[in-house]
Design a protein around this ligand. Structure first.
Ligand code: ADP
Length: 668
């Protein structure tokens, strides 16, 4: 637990990219592992279970073949006993007439049951007292009594045919047929994992036996015919099982299916091979199978280690006539094929997992790279914006999937910039207003002070002028004084206008009308002769509250300035419309010389002029500014030197409720 905790802790301390990589790798590794376990488990469940089912059926087939062989021996004995009519020779103990039975004894040392299915290893005729009349496998020995043989005794007592697998001592087997000496002797081979068996060789052999009573017509028992086949080292049955059940199928050069007959726990007939490719005769059953099948007499189904490999097996006990367990019948399928499938699946899964991990590694590495690059870019962009570079933009990267973030960032920087621009504009406006207000106050003060003395000068100079005779040369000078004083008065009046901007009645009016009236006044003047006038006056504009004559003065001033700037040729255009906040906007543009940038912020100041002395007073635009402010509006100028200038006036719309204008807006 501690180790995993510290591992997780360490993982969280890694940088983002390593965390991504490790996370991806763990995820794919776990998925792969899980998939492997699941598929192996599924294979185990489905395949191995199916194979076990199959071997369960196989043992039934094996039993059928085993019993079929016993049945064949029984039929052969019955056929011989009845067919060759042994009654007379038995009654008359005529051995010569029994000699033909020798033909049924098979010859050769390595018999194959299939080839010799009509041959037996032993045939004996006994009389009704159990005395041997004739031994086809060993005719020299006769006259001995076989009543101590339970199988013979049983048949004599019951007078019925018998057949079963029995153990016979090697001695009695050899007495029946000395040629069996090689097959009857089995040396026990001790192997690891095998059950504990102390003997070195078997003292008995396993024989499939059949006995048939020979009766006379009065149903009196005359004797019996006994025949048998020694199973030891006779591989006919197991090979037939192998061929019938497994069709001799091979896997990697080894038999897929095998069968064995055990005498006790020792293999006496088998097609399980040892490493040196000999039949594993004499080898011993594994301990666990021995304990379950031989000790407890139960079937065994499952994995078992057989000689030198693992098999999926079934073992079933073989009983003799007395229901005593004398041997075991076995069938098994080589597990290697299924184990190989299992390993193959594991390897394939591991391969896929490794491939997945490699892909995950590459993807997470690239992904991590992209994320980190983008984060770095975002960090740089944020720092740029923080240091005041509001124009900084991220180029949207559609491929990496961060375009949403980029767009959001750009949107943020854009609105920051908009707000900043607005703030700066407002700041400038405020500064301009403050400056113009201060100037206005000063101008008003000065004008006030000068106005009265100027009135005095004018009054007295007029009085003096009246007294000067017509022909006096001083009269002309006096007239100049009066003229210049009047001019001074006009300027002072203009100053007062700019400062206090007296207005007449403020009434609702159509701004388009005021513009048209002003245009009519100037249109025919010589300075407008070469100038094209274009108007786009929006219809159905709301009214504004204002002093008509003062507003006309504004337009006149602007038109005359425009004409001045165009020097007799160009285009004056006047556009009216609604502004975004539902006020009224007026654009007055000319194609004149324009205003230099350094002058643009000063044009509304009183006495600012670029005209030669005597030509302009520099009061025109400041009066315009004063009037517009008085109407709660704003005026601005945009200009491109050499191309022209546009004045933009905004005025609030009259919405039907007039409660009088603030008389002192300008100074408020
Ligand atoms: P004045 O016309 O007596 O110079 P104004 O206050 O009317 O005084 O104008 C101030 C200055 O603004 C002008 O001297 C001129 O430089 C500049 N100006 C005003 N209107 C325009 C215009 N339409 N085009 C170019 N410059 C202009």
């Amino acid at each position: 637990m501690k180790i995993t905790e510290s591992l997780i802790e360490r993982l969280f301390k890694l940088n983002l990219q390593s965390r991504l990589v490790v996370g991806f790798l763990i995820a794919t590794c776990l998925t792969g592992l899980f998939a492997t376990i699941i598929s192996v488990w599924t294979i185990n469940r489905s395949t191995i279970a199916e194979v076990q089912n199959r071997v369960r059926q196989d043992i039934n087939t094996a039993k059928l073949i085993y019993n079929g062989t016993l049945q064949k021996i029984t039929s052969l004995i019955q056929f011989t006993a009845e067919g060759s009519d042994l009654r007379e020779p038995v009654t008359g103990q005529d051995i010569a007439r029994m000699g033909h039975l020798r033909g049924l004894i098979r010859k050769g040392t390595d018999p194959q049951f299939q080839d010799n299915h009509l041959f037996l290893d032993m045939i004996t005729i006994v009389d009704n007292g159990g005395n041997v009349l004739y031994r086809a496998g060993n005719p020299e020995i006769r006259g001995d009594n076989l009543l101590q043989d339970p199988f013979v005794r049983n048949c004599i007592e019951k007078k019925t045919p018998l057949s079963s697998t029995e153990l016979m001592s090697i001695e009695s087997i050899l007495r029946e047929n000395p040629a069996l000496s090689e097959r009857a002797k089995t040396h026990i081979i001790k192997t690891p994992l095998a059950a504990e068996i102390t003997e070195d060789k078997l003292s008995e052999g396993m024989v499939m036996r059949a006995a048939y009573p020979i009766m006379n017509k009065q149903k009196k028992l005359l004797g019996i015919l006994i025949g048998g086949v020694l199973i030891n080292k006779d591989n006919a049955i197991v090979d037939q099982i192998k061929e019938t059940v497994y069709h001799g199928e091979k896997y990697n050069g080894r038999e897929m299916g095998v069968a064995t007959i055990f005498q006790g726990g020792v293999r006496i007939s088998t097609n399980v091979m040892t490493k040196d490719n000999r039949r594993a005769i004499g080898t011993i059953l594994s301990k666990e199978v021995y304990d379950q099948v031989i000790r407890e007499g139960k079937d065994w189904v499952g994995r078992a280690f057989v000689v030198n490999d693992w098999y999926i097996t079934t073992y079933t006990p073989i009983f003799n006539m007395d229901k005593t367990l004398i041997g075991v019948l076995y069938t098994g399928i080589l597990e290697a094929k299924y184990r190989d499938i299992q390993w193959k699946t594991i390897w394939i899964n591991l391969g896929i997992t490794t491939l997945g991990m490699i892909i995950a590694f590459i993807i997470s590495l690239r992904l991590g790279n992209t994320i980190i690059t983008r984060i770095r870019m975002l960090k740089e962009a944020t720092e740029a914006i923080a240091s005041g570079n509001l124009d900084y933009k991220l180029s949207p990267d559609k491929i990496s999937g961060f375009d949403m973030l980029d767009e959001a960032f750009n949107y943020m920087s854009r609105s920051l910039k908009d707000h900043d621009d607005q703030l700066q504009k407002m700041h400038q406006q405020l500064a301009k207003t403050e400056k113009l207000t201060a100037l206005g106050e000063m101008a008003a003060g000065v004008a006030h002070e000068i106005n009265n003395p100027l009135g005095g000068i004018l009054l007295y100079s007029n009085l003096v002028l009246e007294d000067i005779p017509e022909d006096s040369p001083a009269r002309e000078n006096m007239q100049k004084i009066v003229y210049q004083t009047n001019r001074c008065k006009e300027i002072v009046q203009s100053l007062l206008d700019f400062a206090r901007t007296p207005t007449g009645d403020m009434l609702p009016l159509q701004i388009n009308q005021a513009i048209t009236t002003s245009l009519k006044l100037v249109r025919d003047q010589s300075m407008f002769h070469g100038i094209e006038i274009e108007t786009h006056l929006a219809e159905n504009l709301p009214e504004v509250i204002g002093d008509r004559s003062r507003l006309e003065e504004v337009f006149l001033n602007l038109f005359i300035n425009a004409a001045d700037a165009m020097k007799g040729s160009g285009k004056l255009s006047i556009v009216t419309g609604l502004s975004t906040n539902n006020g009224i906007r007026i654009f007055i543009s000319d194609t004149g010389k324009g205003i230099d940038e350094e002058h643009l912020s000063h044009i509304f100041e009183p006495f600012f002029t670029t005209k030669e002395p005597g030509k302009g007073t520099g009061l025109g635009l400041s009066i315009v500014y004063g009037i517009i402010r008085k109407h709660n509006g704003t005026i601005d100028a945009e200009s491109e030197p050499g191309k022209g200038t546009t004045f933009i006036i905004s005025l609030p719309a009259y919405r039907g409720k007039y409660s009088g204008m603030d008389d002192d807006v300008f100074y408020s």
